[in-house]
Design a protein around this ligand. Sequence first.
Ligand code: ZN
Length: 497
Amino acid sequence: MALAFVFSLLAQRVPCVGDYLDEETLNRMQQREEYLQEQMTKLLLEIEEMEMARSRMGLQALLFALLPYWKTVSVLCLFVFLFWFVWKIHKKFRGIEDNSDVESSSSEEQQQEQQEQQEPVVEVEAKDEFVFAEEFWPIHTHQEDGEHILSLLRHLIDICQYIVADTFYPVPAHTTGVGSVYEGWCPLVNKPVFCVVVSLLAPRGHTFHPDLGAPEELPARNSRVRVELECTCGREQEMRMRCFLHASAEELRNQQSNVLRNLCTDSYLDVEKTAQWFQKLIRNAWKYTHLSAMCSMNVTQSKRSCRLQVTDVYKKIFLVEMLFGVQQDDTDIFLSSQETEVGTTPSTIWPQSCTVAEVKFFLLVAARAEERNFYIRYMQVCTYILAGLNFSVYELKTVLMHLLTAIPLEGWHRSYFLERIDDILRYLRCCVEEKHLGHFFIGNEDVPAEIILPQDFRESEPLNLFEHLEDPERHKQALQELEELQDRLLSLLIYGK
Ligand SMILES: [Zn+2]
């Protein structure tokens, strides 16, 4: 209709051919033309607006038509989002693998180049390219420093032996590194305490008798070390002493039992007196070392151990804790000076300790495995995700020790890293649900035969480390923390932290 109106106006504007046009008529016609052009512009704008309104109505109509299917549309959107999320994770892992491949192949090339330069005819051995575990959680530990500290302490102990040789004080014998540093899993970022157990032997003419207290309690928390004299008649020359039991008082005038007189309380070896004596002994020994000119060593106060602060030539400080241990017969179990509860352990109590057996177990596993020290990264991941939760590192270590004896060592290869980490958490979940985690060395027939345990450790019923989970509140909390552990592991795998 608007177009018809435009055409009618245009028809009016066309002049008749041959007509005479005066000036007034011409002006009128020009005014008329301007007016018509304005009207035409208005009409064209109206037409455009009508077109736009029609397209808006079309879009609204489409949305109204889709409204009954909103559920389907939402699900489709969700699928698109999930697909995007999975793709991102996949891309991340592919990135890690690709990087490892690149580094692996570049290191292979370097190795090949080096070998070609040195021995051109030797073929380069094919190397396993899948190094995901290294990329994800490389092994960095304090093991090298640990070995240096151990070597220094062994040197000091040799000097201590020389100092006590003519006395009747206990003889410091073997020094064994224990705990996270010597088991290898203390992360490099932590400031470690290098912990060692110094085995004490009874002096000449004496014996140390383990008194385990309540026989049903394993490991014994209230055990003591009884010091007894033994007959040395007939061996006077060999032992450079008179028999404490059968020599006369006159003969024993210049010979005293230092250990019974100075280090015991009621014939039981006193931890605190022993610690004080040993601190003096180690200070003396330090004076005889050639290192005392270059390094420094301070003995810090401790009631049940000997704590050292060693500063090397580069001014690097190492913290050392020397615990004392009396070996139980010829087993890997020691009666240790380590306290059971801070500040409350009586001075004559030497609780049974499995720390030496634990180190021996990990060394044994490492020696048998194709890849030494593989277990380290599992422990490091576990301790990382445990931070701040109620599960103890010892509980996770116990889980790992059980699984190391249950799953063949080939199955712990680095390419199975994620599966084994998953196994550790699943095993822990089962233990929490059943409220039972067995102590690794007590009542466990899977402990390797190379670990020498007291008979009662092997014959005992399994000791439950999760007995406290019988409390419903603590059980509920442990189940919640399991979820937290899973989340933390997932976060570690996706974001690396
Ligand atoms: Zn005798």
